[in-house]
Design a protein around this ligand. Structure first.
Ligand code: TXA
Ligand code: MG
Length: 324
């Protein structure tokens, strides 16, 4: 779908974007992870529009984005452990699930008494939240269940007719959604709800406590739908593999490799030029979206080394592969 240039706000027009938010509108905004679909977190009617634009079920709570600690304190109760992590990882791609304050409407948290809070590091997003002067509820700016957007064009392609503006902040630097951590009060039983750019080992080191990196959850009532077996999923069939030799005979198929093959063919694509996991993460969703468009009979993608941000990449790939 095409979109007029005026619709994608040039990166400088923060006040214009904030104006839409303050009058109850919704729009695409850049973060360092993926683009979000923003509304004033304190405005129940505006937040409702997010759910209908995404086709998102109301049981799926939203992340609330803040620009400083004072705003974080207004939306949630920050425990000592939360403050330690905030000091170390905010602003940045870490979301903390905390006890919510009364000002956050139930629609944001799916009626739960906890709220997911994060302080993004993208400079345009931070200025945007400051200009709005209110916490910003924002899920990823994609139809529910589909691959997240990492450029303003991705947002426009799928949501242009359902939203009021897009603030163009360029390509997202990290490329996969934030790490989500649910802290326990006792210090035992912290749960990693979603792997992301901040590796679980770094969180454990900062807390000097253990985190359960694969908590059991009920498939019918997951604590984060990002944990659903099938999510982040292209329309075309995706098949994963580990070794390049597994796909050698599949000449007719489009294939995404982790790193550039020595003699690539026209149906070969790669996440990184030279085995760099951060580069691979930043390119992941653009490539999945591209191959989804050009591969009606399905396509293949190689798993990456399962370390650092590679854990989050492999997590998204296996959910994208699963159709269950
Ligand atoms: O990087 C990100 O986190 C991006 C950018 C835009 O900030 N946002 C994002 O939002 O990925 P979304 O809605 O696509 O994923 C947020 C996840 C959901 O799976 C949701 O269930 C979980 O966070 N979540 C939100 N509030 C929660 C809560 N109170 N308890 C447990 N999980 C929660
Ligand atoms: Mg999402």
């Amino acid at each position: 779908m095409g979109v007029s240039k005026q619709f994608v706000q040039p990166s400088g027009d923060i006040l214009g974007a904030a104006g839409f938010i303050l009058s109850g509108g919704i729009g695409g905004v850049p973060t360092e992870t993926v683009y979000g679909l923003a509304a004033n977190a304190l405005d129940e009617r505006a937040v409702r529009k997010i759910f209908s634009a995404k086709g998102r079920p109301f049981i799926d709570p939203l992340i609330v984005h803040v620009c400083d600690m004072a705003m974080a304190e207004k939306v949630a109760f920050l425990t000592d452990r939360a403050k330690i992590l905030a000091k170390r990882f905010w602003p940045g791609p870490l979301t903390l699930v905390l006890k919510k304050r009364d000002c956050i409407p139930g629609i944001v948290t799916a009626g739960m008494d906890t709220v997911a809070v994060r302080m993004p590091s993208h400079s345009l997003m931070r200025k945007f939240i400051e200009a709005c002067g209110c916490p910003i509820a924002a899920p990823s700016a994609n139809p529910f269940g589909y691959v997240s957007p990492t450029t303003a064009e991705h947002v426009a392609e799928q949501l242009a007719d359902k939203i009021d503006f897009i603030l163009d902040g360029g390509k997202c630097a990290k490329g996969v959604e934030s790490t989500i951590l649910m802290l326990s009060e006792s210090g035992k039983g912290h749960k990693l709800l979603r792997a992301g750019p901040v590796p679980v080992e770094e969180l454990e080191a900062a807390l000097a406590e253990e985190i359960d990196a694969s908590p059991k959850h009920n498939e019918a009532q997951p604590q984060a739908p990002g944990m659903l077996k099938s999510h982040y999923s292209p329309h075309s069939r995706l098949t994963l593999f580990d070794c390049p030799s597994e796909v050698e005979n599949l000449r007719a198929e489009n294939v995404i490799f982790f790193t550039r093959p020595t003699s690539p063919e026209s149906n070969h694509f790669w996440l990184s030029e030279n085995s760099d996991l951060s580069e691979a993460a930043a390119n992941l969703y653009s490539l999945l979206r591209k191959l989804d468009k050009i591969s009606p009979n399905g396509f293949f993608c190689q798993r990456v080394p399962n370390t650092g941000i590679g854990v989050a990449i492999n997590d998204r790939l296996s959910r994208a592969e699963s159709k269950l």
